[in-house]
Design a binder for this molecule. Structure first.
Ligand code: NAD
Length: 359
């Protein structure tokens, strides 16, 4: 059985779906063919793939094609009926792309759709990549802030620590909290899921009480707030945000536009030199003023709306993603052949386009 690894074609995508280290650990009977230069941007040379017994060639004819970003129309046209495709296929937002794969009869496995159950944790690519984003968000905030994060006691006097607020304390948010804490900032965090308060506190941060509480779905995600709750949250935040030097926002509802938490008025209330890092930029941003893909300055506040942060740390982001994909491969390959068990909750949940086989 062959697994093909294409070179990513989307601008700015530097990750690769499988790295040599993982390929070495794949079970017997799995051959890997990697497109020339596929790992280059993530610092994995073709030679390192050869040393892991992968071959360099066209990945598109393989039984399973594993990639990072959803295929472009051109790439999708190279896939054939019955082939398995693994990647971030954006099943909730890229309807056209999903339609295309369904028409082609491809078994599309969306990494986003892997159920977040305990057994699927090693395959949880959303979490692994969110960990990278959260870490990088804290570094960006520290870098863009014209102040120190830690408290410093020097001969020239004492510098107070920076105050950082993290909005949305899921996987990315908690990693941002932990990273900002390690850099010495005084950190507060807020999430609509009350269960998160304890996790925030265990990282040495303070849970900000905004008087707004949301519900959690059975999948562990936040339920979208009502219009009244959202406006109460924005108002409460508007009062509190000026206290902070840096605000890192990560709030998301799967398949929806990002909730708007930070208003233009709240930005105006911040001190000059303050920073907002908006991890939700890709889905419209948690801050009203965020420009997705750009870094801007408004009213003396730097607003970082860079997208695809995992791609800015492509080596480790790819390494983690690669382990997630290898775990999924383990589940869908048996004795050197693709074997899809539709009764398996993970297989059925992750497969977003499926060639219907008559019973
Ligand atoms: P996400 O990226 O969808 O959302 C990020 C955070 O934004 C969430 O914590 C959400 O509650 C929060 N949020 C949504 N609306 C908000 C608002 N208006 N204001 C403030 N915060 C808001 O979520 P995620 O990080 O991918 O994960 C969410 C949950 O899933 C977490 O509880 C996580 O622990 C859980 N999870 C479980 C497993 C598992 O295997 N059991 C694996 C990974 C994650």
């Amino acid at each position: 059985m062959r697994v093909g690894i294409p070179r990513e074609s989307v601008a700015g995508e530097r990750r690769v779906a499988l790295v040599p280290e993982t390929i070495r650990r794949l079970g017997d009977g799995i051959e890997v063919v990697v497109e020339a230069g596929a790992g280059e941007a993530a610092a994995f040379a073709d030679e390192s793939y050869r040393q892991a017994d992968a071959s360099i060639g066209s990945p598109w004819d393989a039984d399973v094609v594993a990639k990072v970003a959803a295929p472009t129309a051109d790439e999708a046209s190279r896939l054939r009926e019955g082939q398995v495709l693994i990647g971030f296929l954006q099943p909730l937002t890229d309807h056209e792309g999903i339609e295309r794969l369904a028409r082609a009869g491809v078994h599309g496995f969306a990494l986003e759709s892997i159920p977040r159950i305990t057994r699927a944790q090693p395959m949880d690519a959303l979490s692994s990549q969110a960990t990278v984003s959260g870490y990088k968000a804290a570094l960006l905030a520290a870098d863009r802030l014209p102040r120190f994060f830690p408290m410093l006691m020097t001969a020239a006097g004492t510098i107070p620590p920076a105050k950082v607020l993290v909005l949305g304390a899921g996987v990315a948010g908690l990693q941002a909290v932990a990273t900002a804490r390690r850099l010495g900032a005084v950190v507060s965090a807020f999430d609509v899921r009350p269960a998160v308060a304890e996790q925030v506190e265990s990282l040495g941060a303070t849970f900000l009480d905004l008087g707004v509480r949301g519900e959690e779905t059975s999948g562990g995600y936040a339920q979208e707030l009502t219009a009244e709750q959202q406006s109460a949250q924005r108002e409460a935040l508007q009062d509190r945000i000026p206290e902070f030097d840096a605000v890192i926002t990560t709030a998301a509802i799967p398949g929806r536009q990002a909730p708007k938490l930070v208003t233009a008025a709240a930005v105006r209330g911040m001190r000059h030199g303050s920073v907002i890092v908006d991890l939700a930029a890709e889905t419209g941003g948690n801050c009203e003023l965020t420009e997705p893909g750009a870094e801007i300055e408004r009213d003396g506040v730097t607003i970082v709306g860079l997208t695809n942060l995992p791609s800015t740390m492509p080596t480790h982001a790819s390494q983690l993603l690669s382990r997630n994909i290898a775990s999924l491969l383990e589940l869908i390959v048996a004795e050197g052949a693709v074997a899809l068990d539709w009764d398996d909750e993970i297989v059925a949940g992750a497969c977003v386009t499926r060639k219907e086989v008559a019973a």
